[in-house]
Design a protein around this ligand. Structure first.
Ligand code: FES
Length: 501
């Protein structure tokens, strides 16, 4: 349901530190037709990593990015590059068995090594640096769990130790530590990948929205002003475009929040995540002579946003009280698919697809999982065996409860409208106008913008998100700007304009 905005008191620029400090790229849009070996839809970590790996293997590629390189989900990451992902190995062993946990760890370690290799061999200036990563415990119950995770991860061959020496400026009981992990300026890294992809018969297109995929020989990806013909297509758009595999029903859209605060004397030289709730993710970043501490957390299913402004405030308070920030410089939120069985989906788009592939469900660890996924598909498309392909197989059997509501199945989400009649500046709400649910936003100058409130994915009614000034769909996580344009799928079509009530 819509919520009033109390945005004005939120600290910090409402944008990602990485996007704010990464500069921008200016690749052309596509006009006309191009033919390549592989079309890659999505200029994030998965798409660009796959494109460059394929180009290095002798294929021509075209990357189709709807906005600019690095401005999507990858540009809103924490920047952690690590195979230590809270208590992932305990969870994967318990749900899938020890071999799957081992394969997942190996794939993520290989991804970390691949990123280091790309930075070195392509000469990418992206603040990549090796740091230790910790999953820390503040309670006795969590301590037992990190001890078990450390033992298990070490048994799996991962660089794990249990330690009570945790370099945080507040007391904790102990942690799992993985050595030789990393952090990176994600936007600069992607820009370096894009630079290496473009040229010699391969392309990066920006401002290029794919409208359809026709599978065949060749496949044809249609765009507004052109098309790409390719033997194979990789869909790496976070939430799959042209989804025939029901990934919206096989993943749960999950949102989380980050603040980047300025610090005078950075106390940390490692990355951290807590086991105890509320979960907190922490790292230190130096950019242009300034030191920032990033504090992340406040995650929730996209359908349960609540008061998003309060979430930012809680993170800011944590960063101030526990980490000594002097002010919040940036704040942003991000959203990723959590696969219902805990493993990313990588492979053919559907059981009947032959040349259309998908990468999705990266479970909020996209820098390594996206890289691992990209390398799996690069191997698949060049006829090489990949030891982890079966574990990530996109067409594995789905868990039984993997059905999520559409508007038809969720009447409440399809009819939720408000009785409010007035809006304050920077506030949005949903009105019933002439029998149509209309999403109405009044900007800070007092101009009113109205679009349909009916999500163009499957017809649920969007909610106003006052902290991010977006229209968010509670059913499968699509997000729209106040002018109706799509920020994040599965919707691919904008909310159409409506008369201002
Ligand atoms: Fe599926 Fe909106 S109905 S994201």
């Amino acid at each position: 349901m819509s919520a009033a905005s109390n945005n004005e008191r939120l600290e910090g620029e409402p944008m990602s530190l990485w996007v704010a400090t990464g500069g921008t790229t200016e690749y052309p849009g596509l006009r006309g037709e191009v033919e390549v070996d592989v079309a890659v839809i999505g200029g994030g970590i998965a798409g660009l990593t796959a494109a460059l790996a394929l180009k290095r293997a002798g294929r021509t590629v075209a990357v189709i990015e709807t906005a600019h390189v690095g401005t999507g989900v990858t540009g809103h990451t924490t920047g952690k590059v690590t195979s230590l992902q809270r208590l992932a190995y305990t969870e994967l062993r318990d749900s899938h068995g020890i071999d799957t946990a081992r394969a997942y760890g190996q794939a993520n370690e290989a991804a970390l090594g691949h990123i280091a290799d790309m930075v070195a061999t392509e000469g990418i200036d992206c603040d990549f640096r090796r740091v230790a990563n910790y999953t820390y415990a503040e309670t006795d119950e969590a301590l037992a769990r990190v001890r078990a995770e450390a033992d298990l991860a070490a048994d799996l061959g991962l660089p794990a130790t249990f330690t009570t020496e945790v370099p945080l400026p507040f007391p904790v009981k102990g942690a799992v530590r993985f050595d030789d992990q990393a952090q990176v300026h994600a936007v600069k890294y992607l820009q370096g990948l894009a630079l290496a992809v473009d040229g010699q018969g391969s392309f990066v297109f920006e401002g290029a929205r794919a409208l359809g995929i026709r599978e065949g020989s060749p496949c044809v990806v249609t765009l507004e002003n052109g098309s790409v013909r390719a033997r194979d297509v990789i869909v790496a758009t976070n939430v799959p475009f042209g989804d025939h595999g029901r990934y919206d029903a096989r993943s749960r859209a999950h949102r989380s929040y980050l603040v980047a605060g300025l610090v005078d004397n950075p106390p940390l030289d490692a990355t951290f995540i807590s086991v105890d709730e509320p979960m907190r993710s922490i790292l230190t970043v130096g950019i242009d002579g300034k030191s920032y501490i990033l504090a992340g957390g406040e995650g929730h299913p996209a359908s349960e946003a609540g008061d998003t402004a309060v979430r930012y405030r809680r993170l800011a308070a944590f960063a101030r009280d526990h980490l000594g920030i002097t002010e919040v410089a940036y704040r942003w939120s991000t959203q990723d698919g959590i696969p219902l069985d805990g493993l990313p989906y990588v492979g053919l788009m559907s059981p009947t697809a032959k040349h259309v592939y998908v990468i999705t469900g990266l479970r909020k660890w996209g820098l390594t999982n996206g890289t691992a996924a990209a390398l799996i598909l690069a191997d698949t498309l060049t006829g090489r065996e990949n030891p982890w392909a079966a574990v990530f197989d996109s067409n594995r059997a789905a868990p039984a409860d993997s059905v999520k509501p559409s508007a038809a199945e969720n009447p409440e989400a399809a009819t939720a409208t408000t009785k409010r009649t007035e809006l304050a500046p920077d506030e949005g709400t949903v009105f019933e106008v002439g029998g149509e649910s209309t999403a109405v936003y009044k900007d800070i100058e007092g101009n009113v913008h109205a679009v349909s409130a009916v999500c163009t994915h499957l017809g649920c009614i969007v909610d106003f998100n006052p902290a991010d000034t977006t229209w968010d769909c509670p059913c499968h996580g699509s997000r729209f700007a106040t002018d109706g344009s799509v920020i994040q799928g599965p919707a691919v079509v904008a909310l159409p304009p409506r008369p201002v009530p």
